[in-house]
Design a protein around this ligand. Structure first.
Ligand SMILES: [Zn+2]
Length: 303
């Protein structure tokens, strides 16, 4: 099984259209020691030729066009994309669903809360219900592993809240137990397990135990420091308040996961402000010296 990283940046991508932070400015002017990145997107293809996506980024159209195995074959209009698994309801995780609306049948696997928000609160998603069996919405089991897309998947519920566009009455009705999840993915024929955790606000001992069962970890690399956005924007909530444990600093991810030595550890969902994108920075060196990799668009992971 080969997992493809089609996009590795946080929401907004790198560079972000309305940002002139040091990273975005230098990238645009050709003086940045690093690469542009599209918004985080994973995918895999099965032996049958069918493909599965993890989340649906706003950059999905370009990400599909850049990956021949996800193109429609021969002369028909049938895309091989059959499944989409959502780990939350943020715009950068769901907007790409609307790009799959061209009279294509596929399955969308979500938590019950995310399904309700998308299908009951947002009439725009009616574009995926123009004919019977266009989009089939499937609630993922929250407690036990399940089989789909020729893989075994397991949901891990994480602390976190819904985005600001979800109405307070809806949040009160739903609770936040399944607002943010991680997904563990392994081949259904058996084999190594990949953990995908793009939004982690804290690492509990329970989560730590789960991470130890993965052979490959794609983990929240959104921010290097807790006050990263505040320093650039002038005012902002901290990384932790935004639902992302920073990589550096006391109790940051590098420190909390320093004991995980046997697995392959990769940061993903990297914000354009993050200094680890600069491959000549001290922060990039610190990440590499700690045994971590930084995900890039086009990266492939074999399981
Ligand atoms: Zn920027």
């Amino acid at each position: 099984m080969r997992i493809r990283v089609l996009g590795s940046a946080a929401g907004g991508g790198f560079p972000q259209w309305n940002c002139a932070c040091s990273n975005c400015h230098r990238l645009r002017h050709g003086t940045f020691p690093g690469f542009p990145r599209t918004q985080t997107q994973l995918a895999w293809s099965c032996a049958s030729g069918d493909c599965s996506l993890v989340n649906a980024s706003p950059d999905l159209r370009a990400q599909i066009e850049g990956t021949p195995e996800f193109w429609p074959q021969a002369t028909n209009r049938r895309s091989p994309i059959r499944n989409v698994f959502l780990t939350g309801v943020e715009v950068d995780q769901t907007l790409g669903l609307l790009l799959l609306r061209e009279f294509h049948s596929f399955r969308i696997h979500t938590t019950p809360s995310v399904r309700k928000i998308l299908t009951e609160d947002n009439s725009l998603f009616g574009a995926l219900a123009r004919f019977t069996e266009q989009a089939s919405w499937i609630d993922m089991p929250l407690e036990e592993p399940f089989s789909a897309g020729e893989a075994i998947l397991q949901v891990l519920q994480l602390p976190g809240s819904f985005p600001g566009f979800v109405s307070p009455p809806r949040i009160a009705e739903l609770g936040s137990g399944d607002a943010v999840i991680g997904l563990c993915i392994s081949p259904d024929s058996g084999g190594p397990k990949l953990g995908f955790f793009p939004a982690v606000s804290c690492i509990s001992d329970t989560l730590l135990k789960e991470l130890e069962t993965c052979e490959v970890l794609l983990f929240d690399g959104t921010f290097w420091s807790d006050d990263e956005l505040a320093r650039i924007r002038g005012v902002s909530r901290t990384a932790r308040q935004l639902g992302h444990l920073p990589i550096g600093g006391p109790d940051g991810t590098l420190e909390r996961l320093a004991g995980l030595r046997h697995l392959r550890k990769i940061f993903i969902h990297i914000n354009n402000t993050n200094p680890i994108l600069d491959e000549e920075s001290a922060e990039h060196r610190a990440v590499c010296d700690s045994g971590w990799e930084v995900a890039w668009d086009g990266m492939e992971i074999r399981l």
